[in-house]
Structure formats: C-alpha cells, structure tokens
Design a binder for this molecule. Structure first.
Ligand code: GDP
Length: 478
C-alpha cells in the first residue's frame, strides 16, 4: 500500500443497485388506530398513486411540488368504487427517507380499508415490502449507516424515555461519529507507517514507528474501553433489568408487583398462557426499565406441575439481574427464608422486609447478618410506605451518575458490543506485539484488523448476508 492509496479501502460497500422495484407496505401498527399509513417507495411510486388517486381538482400528483400533501379519494377503477378518503404526501428523491420517490397515503378508516388501499397499490405494480426493507434502502442508498439503522429498530422497541433518547442519539449518528473518528486515527497512523517503511529517511525508523504505533494503539484502546463501559448501562436501557421478586407464600410478592405496575404503569404486559408459568411486566422506575418477573413456583413443591414451575423459576433466578427478596416483618424467619437466602447468596439483591404496618416479629439482626452487606429496606405495601425508598435504591443501583448525562453515547446493541470486544482484542494483540518488538508489518496486521472490526459496526465492511439478516428483524413497513 502506497501513501494516498488507503482511501480506496475506505469505500462504503454497497450492493449493486440494479432493477430497483417499487415497494409498499402498511407503515402503522396493525390495529384500530385512528389513521393508517400505506407507504410506497421506488421509481414508480408517484405513477402508481396517480392511477388510483382522485383529487377534487383532478390534478395529477406527477405535477405537484415535492413534499406536499393532497386531499382526495382512492378509487378502484376496476370495481368502479371509492375505497377511502385520504391525504397523500408526495416526496421526491433524493430528500426522502429511502432517497427514492416516496408516497404516503394517510387513510382514515379502519384496518380493512387500509388493507384495501394497499391491495390496490400492489395490483398497480408495487411489490409488498419485506420487513425492514424501507430502512434497508435508506442504508443501501447511503442515507443512514448501519448503526443508525439499528437505532431505528431500537427506537421502535424503546421502553423508557432514556432508551429512546439513546436510540435517537445513535440515530443522529453519535456512535458512528465516534467510530469514524477512531478509524480515521488508525488510518492515519497506518498510512504514516507505510511512509516510514517505504521511505526510511532515518536509521531509527523501526523504533520511531513502534513509538507511533504504541501511542495510537493505547489511545484507541482506551476509547474502545470507554465505549464498552457504557455497554452495561446501554443494555439496561435497551432490555430492562431482569428483576425477580421472591419470597415464601403470603409475604406480599403479588401485592408489591401490583403496586409497581399500578404506580408506574406497565409498559408491556405478557399475558400468561397455558404453557407459561412466568409472568413478565415492564415498569419504568425513574427511567430505569425493570422487567419484572413473577415466578409462579418458587414456593410450592407439592405436585408435579408446580415442580416444573420451580425448575423454571430457578432458571429465571439464574438469569436475573436483580432479586427483590421479600420477608414478612410480622413473622419470625423460617427455614424456607433461610433456604432462599442461601439460593441467592451471590446475587444482586435487595432484601425487602414487608408488612411493617404490623407488629415486628422478625429478627432484624439476623436479616442484617444474612444480607451480607446487601441493602435492606422496610416497606408496607398495604400502607404504601417505603416503596419510594425502594425505588430510589433500585434507580441508584443502575443509574450511577454518568448514565444521566445525555451527551454520552451508549453502546447498547449486542452486535456492537461483540465487535468492540473483538476490536479491543486485536488492539491488545497489537500492543503485545509492540511490547515484544515484533516486526512492524506484523503489528500492522492487528491494527488493520481493529480498523476493519470498527468498520463493521457502522457497516463499512459488512457482508450482504449480515445486512439481510439485520434488516429482516424490523417490523413490516419500516
Ligand atoms: P404472595 O403470596 O407473596 O404473592 O403475597 P400476596 O401479595 O398475595 O399477599 C398476601 C397477603 O398479605 C394478602 O392478603 C395481602 O393483602 C397481604 N399484604 C401484602 N402486603 C401487606 C402489607 O404491607 N401489610 C399487610 N398488613 N398486609 C399485606
């Protein structure tokens, strides 16, 4: 590689865009929304709408200005009937989400009429879009990079305001910018080393190159580590803290769960089905999403069905991020309480002493001893006492200082974390090499690998297969 040549490998890899067809899908959630939107994207988008749209002034949408919205009706000329009263937005390439011509038909009726409009669009030459295909086009046309595309997916799934802020930050390209800067730094040093190797003006070129490499590698390493540090909190924002409430029968587990859910309004509720013995609820505790898991069977081992429940519950315990262990203030500790203390020995837990509205019969010193330094909080679900303190405790555990700072970039995506870890590994390999003074072209290989791995995060060296897989995870119409 000669100086100046390195730019060639920095090219964004895109698919050959040939024979682009026009795609369409319903872009709003299926259900009884007030409006449903059919979105069309591609070279034929405006042509297609003109065949089925009638405006009171009879104007053709081919002739209207870009980024304008028009009132009219969708008309099925074959059946000779009006299907829907609509507002149609016309947006011409390239200033659109996909960078293609985009038409959005805002329908007012229910699901049935939105579907009829879509059917009509499809019979006039559009193809039903695959899940994520609009976003995929935006990516392939260079409108967004891969981490931004993934942010769109996060945005759709965001469960709290903070998770949403994070996704928006990523969508704006904050992570991409950071990664791009790191790659640029690596590229510069790689180019510089090329120059040093090809045109050695000084005798100590090896030594100088090592020094240069080392400086840069240490810097890149620390930046990658910083990004990885945000990953834990990013994951929390994205997926919620898996929280399990345990305790023997009647200590108030369901009551506490209900109190959380009512006070903080559940975001998602999974209705327990026949094959499920675990109920999950998402609640928002001061910006921290808790995924509350109510275990059906941690208590009873009476019959076989319940035993399956117990097994599953233990499994759930193993996977939990946080355990809320409930005790009854009004009863002495039992053998079962002790066993539960043993079960959760090494886990992150808060010991919750419930029913403090009733006379104290529990030995709090013993509780303290068994808690092994973990936090203890006294509450009464009945009188709504101590719940706030419990919530503060939870939010302090996970919202340590810097998570509040909105300007931080959180790495929250498992694929990004995996790639960052690999990049860290290869930069460490490079540093090891430098330490052992191996020939500089060997070190160069590890540095280049780091550069490539970072590139994969933003999609600058990913394969088509990965792209297809990623975009297929989107919902239809996005
Ligand atoms: P679970 O079996 O652990 O899920 O316990 P429940 O939530 O079903 O509660 C068992 C009983 O304790 C119910 O009658 C609740 O009303 C009662 N209970 C729950 N929390 C409190 C509390 O803080 N004080 C009092 N006095 N009773 C409570």
């Amino acid at each position: 590689m000669r100086p100046g040549e390195y730019n060639k490998i920095d090219l964004v890899k895109g698919e050959e865009r040939m024979d682009i067809d026009t795609i369409a899908a319903i872009s709003t959630p299926l259900g009884e929304g007030a409006i449903g939107i059919v979105r069309i994207s591609g070279p034929e988008a405006i042509n297609i709408i003109d065949q089925i749209f009638q405006s009171p002034s009879r104007k053709k949408l081919q002739e209207v200005a870009s980024h304008t919205i028009h009132y009219g009706h969708i008309y099925d000329s074959k059946e000779q009937k009006t299907i829907e009263e609509v507002m149609v937005s016309v947006m011409r390439a390239p200033k659109t989400f996909t960078r293609e011509d985009v038409v959005e038909i805002n329908c007012h009726g229910g699901l049935l009429s939105v579907n009829q409009v879509l059917q009509l669009v499809l019979t006039h030459g559009a193809r039903l879009a695959e899940p994520g295909e609009f976003t995929k086009r935006a990516f392939l046309n260079g409108r967004i990079d891969l981490s931004q595309a993934e942010a769109i997916m996060d945005l759709i799934r965001a469960k709290t305001d903070k998770a949403m802020t994070n996704a928006i930050g990523q969508l704006e390209g904050r992570l991409s910018k950071k990664i791009k800067r790191l790659r640029q730094e690596l590229l510069e040093v790689l180019a510089q080393v090329e120059v040093n190797i090809d045109y050695p003006e000084y005798d100590d070129v090896e030594e100088m190159t090592h020094k240069l490499f080392k400086e840069k590698a240490l810097y890149v390493k620390s930046e990658i580590e910083k990004l990885l540090e945000t990953a834990k909190q990013g994951k929390i924002l994205r997926e919620g803290i898996k929280t399990v409430i345990i305790g023997r029968p009647n200590v108030g587990k369901s009551s506490l769960l209900n109190s959380f859910v009512h006070e903080n309004k559940a975001i998602v509720t999974d209705i327990p089905g026949t094959t499920r013995d675990v109920i999950e609820e998402y609640v928002n505790i001061r910006g921290v999403p808790l995924k509350l898991i109510d275990t059906a069977g941690i208590r009873d081992t009476q019959d076989v069905i319940e035993k399956i429940g117990v097994e599953r519950s233990r499994q759930v315990l193993q996977e939990a991020d946080l355990i809320l262990f409930l005790l009854n203030n009004n009863e002495p500790l039992t053998e079962e309480d002790m066993q539960l203390f043993d079960t959760i020995e090494d886990m992150d837990a808060i010991i919750v002493v419930n029913k403090v509205d009733l006379p104290q019969k529990i030995d709090l010193n013993e509780v303290e001893r068994k808690a092994c330094g973990r936090k203890i909080v006294k509450i009464s679900v009945k009188d709504d006492k101590g719940i706030e303190e419990l919530e503060t405790m939870i939010s302090n555990m996970y919202m340590s200082g810097n998570l509040e700072a909105d300007d931080l970039t959180y790495v929250s995506n498992a694929r990004h974390i995996g790639l960052l870890n690999q990049a860290l590994q290869s930069i460490n390999d490079a540093l090891d090499g430098i330490g052992m003074e191996v020939p500089i072209d060997i070190v160069q290989i590890d540095m280049t690998k780091t550069w490539e791995l970072l590139g994969e995060i933003i999609g600058e060296s990913v394969h088509d297969e990965l792209i297809n897989k990623l975009f297929s995870q989107f919902c239809l119409g996005k």
